[in-house]
Write a protein that binds this ligand. Structure first.
Ligand SMILES: *[C@@H]1O[C@H](CO)[C@@H](O)[C@H](O)[C@H]1NC(C)=O
Ligand SMILES: *[C@@H]1O[C@H](CO)[C@@H](O)[C@H](O)[C@H]1NC(C)=O
Length: 350
């Protein structure tokens, strides 16, 4: 009995779907046919025009289905782990809000960052807050990682988990949701740092030399390691593949490398609002470049050589002239941090 019912439901569904498809096809045909009805006799140019019309229609149909690398945004992804209080502490809005991009399976890195450059009580004379931004683990690991994440979050209360799958190609969503968090809970942050979890960061250089708390506010400020005249990579297997359907031009606008860039709070909010109307694509740093272009802005060069994109052997004095070095494992951070923090070493003036 049950089986028969299921069979019937299936057939009903199938015939509805089929009927719908048929209607659609007939609709298209009738539509495409209309212009030629009053054009008797039909000559070959008109026929060609008709065919062209029909294929344009098909093309329209195609472009309505988004490319898999175009991300679903804007969309109300939920914050599953959240700490609204990080935005406005008793001492007011932070001078610098760090949004540290982390993957659920890499949450072990948080501890090393927490003990090194993520330490919020370093005496720098300004308020710094950080959040580790992550998405959902791959379905197979959900159960194991859920416990671990909860525990990690109980320790330090600094995980911001957003409800979408955490993949490299969803990174732009992570950054945008980090900015949405800022807009909602921390809109008065003077600066926002977007940073990956595999970097060495020198908060004191970043604050004193790059951001200069005593200088005038600079609402259109964004800096980092700047890429200019970069073009899209068109081989589909590449990590940074860009299909022409999503970006047709040969050159990207200037943008800051994703390992770490810092921008003023007001600009972060403007980028977020531009992102609501642009096609959101998977290469996060380049996407921020597109938003800047839309705003008629460009990144501002940092102090020369202060953002390094490749790891370099540690040396106390040299490292004090960097704001950020990309390509650091947590273990390496812990190894160098104590020496890095030693204050009684004399370095030559740069
Ligand atoms: C953070 O920095 C303060 C001040 O330098 C220090 O006393 C504290 O031990 C550091 N915290 C951690 C977790 O290393
Ligand atoms: C991004 O996340 C969404 C929602 O979880 C998921 O359906 C989609 O497959 C992810 N996209 C990519 C490109 O990883």
């Amino acid at each position: 009995m049950k089986l028969i019912r299921r069979h019937l439901i299936c057939r009903a569904l199938l015939s509805t779907a089929f009927g719908g498809l048929l209607l659609l096809l007939v609709g298209q045909f009738v539509d495409a046919g209309t212009p030629s009805l009053d054009l008797i006799p039909l000559d070959s140019t008109e026929l060609a025009e008709d065919i062209l019309n029909l294929s344009l229609r098909k093309f329209e149909w195609q472009v309505q289905t988004p490319h898999p690398l175009q991300l679903k945004y804007p969309y109300s992804y939920p914050f599953l782990l959240n700490h609204p209080d990080k935005g406005e502490g008793p001492r007011g809005a932070p001078f610098l809000l760090m949004l540290v991009m982390t993957q659920p399976q890499d949450v072990g890195r948080c501890q090393a960052i927490w003990e090194t450059w993520g330490n919020e009580t370093l005496e720098l004379g300004v308020i710094i807050r950080h959040l580790f931004v992550l998405g959902l683990p791959p379905p197979l690991f959900t159960k194991e990682l859920h416990e671990l994440l909860q525990e990690e979050d109980r320790k330090h209360g600094d995980l911001l988990q957003v409800g979408f799958l955490d993949t490299y190609r969803n990174l732009t969503l992570k950054v945008l949701m980090g900015l949405e968090w800022m807009a909602q809970y921390c809109p008065d942050a003077r600066y926002v740092l977007k940073v990956d979890s595999d970097v060495f960061l020198n908060p004191s250089f970043l604050v004193q030399q790059v951001l200069q708390p005593n200088g005038p506010p600079w609402p259109d400020f964004i800096t980092g390691y700047i890429y200019r005249n970069k073009g899209p990579i068109r081989s589909p297997d590449h990590k940074w593949y860009m299909p022409p359907e999503l970006y047709l031009q040969d050159i990207y606008p200037p943008y800051c490398a994703g390992g770490g860039y810092v921008l003023s709070g007001p600009l972060a909010l403007r980028i977020l609002s531009v992102a609501q109307i642009l096609k959101v694509i998977h290469l996060e740093d380049m996407f921020v470049g597109l938003c800047l272009q839309q705003l008629g802005l460009e990144p501002i060069p940092p102090p020369p050589g202060s953002f390094l994109m490749f790891p370099l052997a540690y040396e106390h004095c040299i490292y004090h002239q960097f704001a950020l070095v990309h390509g650091f494992q947590p273990q390496e951070l812990l190894q160098i941090w104590q020496d890095f923090q030693t204050v009684n070493k004399i370095c030559p003036m740069p």
